[in-house]
Design a protein around this ligand. Structure first.
Ligand SMILES: Nc1nc2c(ncn2[C@@H]2O[C@H](COP(=O)(O)OP(=O)(O)OP(=O)(O)O)[C@@H](O)[C@H]2O)c(=O)[nH]1
Length: 426
């Protein structure tokens, strides 16, 4: 504890040292003033005693001076010098000439200060006062100190005792009321800081209502506010995150739907909504490969509307488009789920029939041809009739590419065209 007092490492110990140091300085000043006052009082008493002695020896010394009795003067002054309070004696004649000078003991140390008392020596003769000289008695600080040392020691001892007791009282009081509660507060604040949550609170063991308990209350309300702020922030964060997750999920769903739609559109012909050329050939290629593995047959029907240019030229492209749509819808009425239908050119269409031999495909082609030639559609008040030429071909075991099948079907189609159109060539 004493080491802590000398080398304070915290606030309470520093305060303890400052207050104690101030008290020590004040005590030292008061004790010094007491010393000085005692010293001056004792010096005044000694001067009084010197004056009384001078009065006592004035008669014999005056007589000795009057009678010029040097021996008697020596005896008297020797006696004076022996006295404990006298450090020296000097006698001067009426002309201020030193007759006797017995000052200070040469063996003793030189005193701090010397003071004296003077007395005029006279003789009254026939009522007349005749001056004979002067008697001077000296005393010194040594004499004063000899007399007051016990008092000084008492004062010093009392001051020391007071200082020591107060020192330990200060230490105890600061330790009890400041250092220990502060240490406890710091340790609990540290625990709160180290704990992950802010649910911990400070509970000082000293329940007195003072600045520390008020500080504890303030810190606990601060922690409570922080805790509720943190809870609110977490809730906000969770709400934001969940909102964001919902938004992202919704966006992903929309994008997936859009992507699906785009993929679908990319495979479709925009006018007739059947497979476009690329998708048809991709799908047909897969069907051919599957059929070859299963050693079955696929058939390919290639169709081209006859004189379609005339329809466009006579009724316009809008009507031509309606014819193309009508043709597609008619075809769909003849197809199974496993069949593929695609638009492979402007007015050119193709059907791939899975697991279908040439005869069956040719029969279907005939039906289509008949159905189209007997159909008519009404567009803007016009009755439109049209025909189609068809080429039919079936796969062989050597076929590896759909293009080969397509080329053979195309030749058949040209054959149908050459033979007058509105017919099937297989
Ligand atoms: N309305 C419309 N016409 C198209 C479309 N695609 C191609 N055509 C037209 O179809 C016509 C094809 O003409 P051609 O190749 O001469 O054939 P065709 O007139 O049918 O004669 P043949 O095939 O020999 O019977 C052209 O006039 C093209 O402009 C389309 O999407 N809509």
């Amino acid at each position: 504890m004493f080491v802590r007092f000398l080398r304070p490492n915290n606030l309470s110990q520093k305060m303890m040292r400052v207050i104690f140091s101030i008290y020590m300085v004040v005590t030292l000043v008061i004790t010094s003033v007491q010393f000085l006052s005692e010293y001056l009082k004792t010096q005044a008493v000694i001067v009084g005693e010197l004056q009384q002695l001078e009065v006592t020896v004035r008669g014999p010394i005056s007589t000795s001076l009057w009678q010029y009795d040097q021996n008697q003067l020596d005896v008297i002054t020797d006696g004076l010098v022996q006295m404990p309070i006298i450090e020296g004696v000097e006698v001067f004649d009426k002309n201020a000439q030193n007759i006797i000078s017995k000052t200070f003991d040469v063996d003793s140390s030189v005193p701090l200060s010397i003071f004296d008392s003077k007395l005029e020596l006279n003789r009254t003769l026939n009522g007349e006062r005749i001056p004979l000289g002067t008697l001077v008695l000296y005393s010194s600080s040594g004499v004063v100190l000899d007399r007051v040392w016990f008092g000084f020691a008492l004062i010093a001892f009392t001051a020391f005792i007071k200082l020591t007791i107060l020192f330990w009282l200060f230490i105890w009081a600061f330790d009890r009321y400041l250092a220990t509660p502060l240490k406890e507060l710091m340790s609990q604040v540290n625990e709160v800081q180290l704990s992950q949550g802010i649910s911990k609170r400070i509970h000082l063991s000293n329940t007195e209502n003072n600045e520390l308990s008020q500080l504890q209350e303030h810190m606990n309300s601060m922690l409570a506010a922080m805790s509720s702020d943190r809870k609110r922030l977490i809730e906000d964060e969770q709400a934001k995150r969940s909102w964001l997750e919902d938004a992202v999920a919704k966006r992903t769903e929309d994008l997936q739907a859009l992507n699906k739609k785009l993929k679908y559109l990319a495979t479709r012909d925009s006018l007739t909504n059947i497979l476009n050329r690329g998708s048809f050939f991709d799908a047909a290629q897969q069907r051919l490969a599957l059929s070859q593995r299963q050693e079955s047959t696929v058939s390919f029907i290639l169709m081209d509307l006859d004189y379609f240019k005339r329809i466009n030229d006579s009724y316009g492209h809008f009507v031509g488009d309606k014819v193309l749509i009508h043709f597609t819808q008619t075809l769909q009425g003849f197809l199974r789920k496993t069949d593929l239908l695609g638009r492979v050119g402007g007015e050119e269409f193709a059907i791939l029939l899975f697991d279908t031999k040439l005869d069956d495909a040719s029969q279907l082609a005939e039906k289509i041809c008949q159905a189209i030639s007997h159909s008519a559609l009404e567009v803007e008040g016009n009755t439109i009739s049209y025909t189609v030429s068809l080429g039919v071909e079936s796969s062989e075991l050597s076929d590896t590419s759909i293009d080969e099948l397509f080329k053979r079907a195309d030749l058949k189609l040209y054959g149908a065209k050459d033979k007058g159109r509105d017919r099937v060539e297989s």
